[in-house]
Ligand binder design. Structure first.
Ligand code: NDP
Ligand code: OXD
Length: 307
């Protein structure tokens, strides 16, 4: 029963050592050329290997990332469980990024960068955090954690998810029918949704129009959540006053794309967060133990929901 890891070579010794310490009976390999394909029960990867079909006895397919949208559904082995990454490093780094971006939008950093480029010394009206409404789309591992780091600043917090959540001091909305009401109260909108058939293109012209005039956007979900032309139009018309854009379609973003030079866009190359090797190994080990014991695995994907 082998755990096969398809990841950066530097992850190898870290996983090897974690397995040796915590699950010594689990055989581990990073070398598909020497491993017996029939022995592979667990595979961890970002992209599906071209020859995935050779692992006929695969029981659990682990994503190295929080998302699983990079796996083409038609290529997924029908019987294998699918587990996305849930680990504290990934969540904490997302908390840092979202908090940084929300604070920067709250304190008008895009507008001040633009003013600086024109040598324009001009204070803009100050608004305290308790008069700013911050809304998070997606209240899962990342979204719920981001709310917790925003909370101490005193923002008025709201969230939107598929099923209704109850989170202390957060106004919660759920489902398509409550989306307009949610959006209408977001001075700063954060997208932390998974990419599914239901969420593709959700940041549409209609969604931007539903936001209060001059809202800010933190786009850290997936590029395909946004209609990029509608996003540009909203920025150009002033409907959006600024955007942190960490995810785009395609990635990398072509050099001639208007986001690069847009005065109200702060663009980052999909670095809001990233999986760390050590906690990823520990998450895998915990899940293998649970799988062996027939217990629920954190991050188990519901294939019918797509996340
Ligand atoms: P989770 O699965 O824990 O949470 C997903 C949340 O989205 C849930 O609250 C879920 O609702 C909600 N949701 C899903 N579908 C819909 C829908 N159709 N309508 C409304 N709400 C919906 O995921 P994570 O929090 O771990 O990760 C979220 C995403 O963050 C990842 O899929 C990825 O796209 C992105 N990400 C980006 C990174 C980056 O570096 N930019 C790094 C890591 C993640 P419910 O609560 O009802 O289930
Ligand atoms: C992820 C990501 O899904 O880094 O983990 O985007």
């Amino acid at each position: 029963m082998t755990f096969l890891l398809n990841a950066w070579p530097e992850w190898g010794p870290i996983f090897q050592s974690a397995f040796a310490r915590h699950l010594p009976d689990q055989s581990f390999s990073m070398d598909p050329a020497t491993v017996d394909p029939d022995s592979v029960r667990y595979l961890m990867t970002w992209a599906l290997p071209k020859d995935l079909e050779r692992y006929r006895n695969l029981e659990v397919l682990f994503s190295t990332g929080a998302g699983i949208d990079q796996f083409p559904p038609e290529r997924l082995p029908p019987k294998a469980r699918l587990v996305r990454m849930v680990e504290t490093g990934l969540t904490r780094m997302m908390q840092e990024f979202v908090t940084m971006a929300v604070l920067a939008l709250h304190r008008d950093v895009p507008a001040y960068l633009e003013q600086q480029s024109r040598r324009d010394w001009r204070p803009l009206p100050l608004r305290p955090a308790w008069e700013r409404r911050v809304g998070i789309m997606g209240l899962g591992e990342m979204g719920a954690a981001a709310l917790e780091t925003l909370r101490p600043f005193g923002f008025s917090l709201r969230g939107w998810s598929r099923s209704l959540r109850e989170i202390k001091d957060v106004v919660c909305f759920a489902g398509q029918e409550e989306l307009p009401a949610f959006l209408s109260g977001c001075d700063i909108l954060v997208c932390l949704l998974p990419l599914t058939d239901q969420t593709r293109g959700i940041l549409s012209a209609k969604a931007f129009a539903a936001l209060p005039k001059g809202a800010g956007l933190v786009q850290v979900g997936r590029g395909a959540h946004a209609d990029q032309q509608a996003l540009l139009d909203a920025l150009n018309s002033g409907q959006l006053s600024g955007a942190f854009i960490d995810v785009t379609t395609p990635e990398p973003l072509p050099a001639d794309h208007p986001f690069w030079a847009h005065p109200r866009v702060i663009l980052t190359p999909h670095i809001a967060s990233d999986t760390l090797a050590e906690p990823a190994a520990l998450a895998a080990i915990d899940n293998i133990r649970r799988h062996r014991a027939g217990q629920p695995m954190p991050g188990l994907v519901d294939r019918t929901r797509g996340y």
